[in-house]
Design a binder for this molecule. Structure first.
Ligand code: DHB
Ligand code: FE
Length: 284
């Protein structure tokens, strides 16, 4: 049987991707941020999964505002890095896992969560920046990500967006789906986006360290309680784009009901307009 052994949570700020791609990681502005991921890159090498189930949001790149699935699972064999206006990032094509993705779709849809099945899609910074932070830039001699990745896109861009409760319960359904897959795969699930940030309007630049750290505490210790927090609290306290944090509850819901082992926790302000938060949790 497949098993979810760990979850990873990280922000996805596009400027982080640009800093990596343009060789700026040692600059004084960026150095403290990338230092917080040194542990994580070593942890990834030491705990290489067979598959990453990567929960992220598309930023009107693959879907546009013409068609907005609430939850979309990537069942394709591969996903190209998207061109978001500056050309595609110079990172490897994401190799999917169509068989496990189809199995999860079957199981989760039978569990009454409506997923959109996506057989062709490019992936934007929401997915590629977390991969870059956790895996570094693969060498030209072996230009690929360390394992297959199943992209799972959540609408947090256009209201109505799914509630924290629904995201958490969906995570539990994903756990059940993975555990009923008939192959001994080691699966990691990632929740990405956040933390506090607002990119628009009079409150642009909003950062709320207290809210962010309380969110991290509660995501670890009381995820079911955190799942009950309504959207308006995220938007008021963490800014309009802080709502991306509901995606972290999908990954957390997919973890065991036993308390997780916190193997890494990092928080840094600022990266572009955004507070960066990062956790690695292992199942006991
Ligand atoms: C920024 C953050 C985001 O989450 C995003 O999708 C785009 C930009 C930023 O801080 O610049
Ligand atoms: Fe974003």
């Amino acid at each position: 049987m497949a098993k979810i052994t760990a979850s990873v949570y990280t922000s996805h700020v596009p400027a982080i991707g640009a800093a990596l791609d343009l060789g700026k990681t040692a600059e004084p502005y960026w150095q403290p941020l990338f230092k917080g991921y040194e542990f994580s890159k070593q942890w990834m090498r030491d705990h290489k999964p067979d598959v990453i189930f990567l929960v992220y949001n598309d930023h009107a790149t693959a879907f546009s505002l013409e068609m907005i699935p609430t939850f979309a699972i990537g069942t394709a064999a591969q996903f190209k890095p998207a061109d978001e206006g500056w050309g595609p990032r110079p990172v490897p094509t994401v190799i999917g896992h169509p068989d496990l993705a189809s199995h999860v779709a079957q199981s989760v849809i039978q569990d009454d969560f409506d997923l959109t099945i996506v057989n062709k899609m490019d992936v934007d910074h929401g997915l590629t920046v977390p991969l870059s932070l956790m895996c570094g830039q693969p060498p030209q001699s072996d230009f690929r990500w360390p394992c297959p990745v199943i992209p799972f896109a959540v609408n947090v861009v256009q209201y109505p967006v799914p509630s924290g409760r629904r995201c958490y319960n969906l995570g539990r359904a994903i756990r059940k789906a993975v555990e009923s897959y008939d192959e001994p795969l080691n699966v990691h699930i990632w929740g990405t986006g956040g933390m506090s940030h607002q990119l628009q309007g009079p409150r642009a630049g909003l950062i709320n360290k207290e809210f962010d750290n309380a969110f991290l505490d509660r995501l670890i210790a009381d995820p079911a309680g955190q799942a009950g927090v309504p959207h308006i609290d995220y938007v008021r306290e963490a800014g309009s784009e802080g709502i991306e944090l509901v995606m972290w509850l999908i990954a957390r819901g997919a973890m065991s009901d036993k308390p997780p082992r916190v193997v890494h926790r990092f928080y840094h302000v600022p990266a572009s307009n955004t507070a960066v938060g990062h956790l690695i949790l292992e199942n006991q």
